[in-house]
Design a binder for this molecule. Sequence first.
Ligand SMILES: [Zn+2]
Ligand SMILES: [Zn+2]
Length: 215
Amino acid sequence: MSTLEIRQLELGPLANFVYLLADSAAKEALVVDPAWDVPAIKKELGVGGWKLKGIFLTHNHFDHINGVGDVLKFADVPIYIHKEDAPVLDKNFKPNLKTLSGGEGIDLGGLKINFLHTPGHTEGSLCLRVSDRLVTGDTLFIRGCGRVDLPNSDPEKMYTSLKKIATLEDSLLVFPGHNYGPTPTASLAEEKKENPYLQIAAGSPLARFLEAVSG
Ligand SMILES: [Zn+2]
Ligand SMILES: [Zn+2]
């Protein structure tokens, strides 16, 4: 019997959310976007008595990856990242890299974890799904979406990715990459109703979305 537990840690000066996903029965955990305060992450692993089994990176921006090196110092674990976002990572991480294309799944204890390719904020942005939880990185925020005016951004791809997310079940709980919304998490049903970017992507032509994100 597997039991999913999620810890949401708000760390660093940019309100980043770092996550620990664990099968508390198997005492195995995955860390999502380790950054800013690795001792805090390590402490939380200790509280749960969890063994770290992997690092998952939603994308390659500094505010989501700056703790990877320090995590590897205490846990020699695989780093899951999309192949498009992998090349800029520190060369020392290479032996640990498990590059993804999207659509893959891994097991964590008895939990099934799935990766969805959701490009737009970066070419290799990924969302992670475990049970009824969706970790969305900088693709989808509560009531917002990630920036699409950066060098590796593509607003058209963001439109398509949000459209895809809008087809997922209402019951999913969204866990974003930053604490930018009125609440740290919300159901996808709520976001479909209240998130203007998700709404426009789901129901309006591309031109309308491009207007919204350039405004
Ligand atoms: Zn980002
Ligand atoms: Zn970010």
